[in-house]
Ligand binder design. Structure first.
Ligand SMILES: [Zn+2]
Length: 362
């Protein structure tokens, strides 16, 4: 079985195409033929090495997978992924979701499901350890994987695994940021940074679905055009020093209610100029750097909220799945690489020339 692993942290060249034994599912697991696995910037950071406990080496990256069940562990029958109250995904739509031949998309993570946070649908605060596939646990850069049956979400036989692989982590993260953390309301205004990123493409759609006015940023005219096509009401170049003033003009000097942030230090000062009084800045990343400064007097006088957000929960993922099923949300896939070209796919993602997701096809 072909897989892509790394044995040492480093640049894209540490990714090696290897032959691994076919995985054997444990009692509560299923063996899955991976039909698509999507990239995230997380893959690049994990490959380069992140602070914190060491990850298992050799390591398989890949948090977002879709594929078909090939083998079911002896105790793995069940409903697949359930929400915090035990409600199954897409109840009754496809019968018993855990059987050989069933196409599935996988939740990108596991958690204990019994601590105080998991019981409140706050999985990413799990005290027992929230584990992301491809990061703290082995991921999906392989032709086959063994995964817990209870992270499987059933798909229909005609559902495209490439599109579905581009959804779970990306849309769940954006959903949590806008709905759960920033409490976005109809009629409010949102600035979504980096329209061309996976979470950016998701956030524009989720914010429009919520009834908000959406401003976005992107580095090239082509990406700004695509951001508008996705539903944004106006698009800006965040490297233009005048972009904060332009947004403020559009809002009559008021600023925006919510800033969807994952860019980091490069846009921080501009963000503070754009955020309305009492506004909420929600962030899930710092791709251009995590060290920023601001004046506490700004925080308390303008009564703004700075909110952190990390990944998401089973309940949030199930809401995303409903939104995709209903056609209101759709993944944006920029390019598909063969699994064996994972290193090139990493270089492509690192260059930030993509609009939407980069997907590997084993
Ligand atoms: Zn927990």
């Amino acid at each position: 079985m072909q897989a892509v692993v790394f044995n040492d942290h480093g640049g894209p060249d540490v990714l090696e195409v290897v032959d691994l034994p076919v995985p054997v599912p444990g009692a509560s697991e299923v063996r899955i033929r991976v039909e698509a696995v999507a990239l995230n910037h997380l893959d690049i950071w994990v490959r380069q090495g992140l602070p914190g406990p060491p990850i298992p080496l050799p390591h398989l990256l890949g948090s977002e997978m879709a594929g078909t069940i090939l083998e079911v562990g002896s105790g793995a029958a069940g409903t697949g992924l359930t929400g915090p109250g035990g409600e199954p995904a897409l109840r009754g739509l496809y019968g018993d979701p855990i059987h050989v031949g069933q196409r599935v998309v996988l939740a990108p993570m596991t958690s204990c499901r019994k601590c105080e946070y998991c019981l409140k649908d706050l999985d990413s605060l799990c005290v027992e350890g929230y584990q992301i596939f491809g990061y703290q646990r082995q991921g999906g850069y392989a032709e086959e994987v063994a995964m817990p049956a209870d992270v499987c979400i059933p798909l229909g036989p005609d559902d495209d695994p490439i599109l579905w692989a581009a959804i779970p982590l990306t849309f769940m993260t954006a959903w949590r940021m806008l709905h759960t953390q920033a409490h976005l309301q109809p009629g409010e205004s949102v600035l979504v940074h980096a329209a061309g990123s996976g979470v950016g493409t998701a956030a524009i759609q989720i914010a429009k679905q919520a009834g908000a006015t959406v401003y976005t940023t992107a580095s090239t005219p082509e990406k700004r055009k695509k951001g508008l096509e996705l539903g944004a009401d106006a698009a800006f170049d965040y490297s233009d020093p005048g972009f904060a003033e332009s947004i403020n003009e559009l809002t009559g000097g008021r600023g925006v209610d919510v800033i969807f942030e994952h860019v980091g230090s490069e846009v921080w000062e501009q963000n503070l100029k754009i955020l309305a009084r009492g506004g909420r800045l929600v962030t899930c990343g710092a791709t251009t750097g995590g060290k920023v400064t601001f004046d506490l007097r700004y925080l308390f006088v303008k009564q703004v909220h700075l909110i952190g957000s990390y990944m998401g929960s089973r309940g949030e993922l199930l809401k995303v799945v409903e939104g995709v099923r209903s056609g209101e949300l759709r993944p944006v896939v920029d390019r598909v690489f063969p699994l064996s070209e994972a290193a090139d796919a990493h270089r492509y993602l690192a260059d930030r020339s993509q609009f939407g997701k980069v997907v590997l096809k084993p």
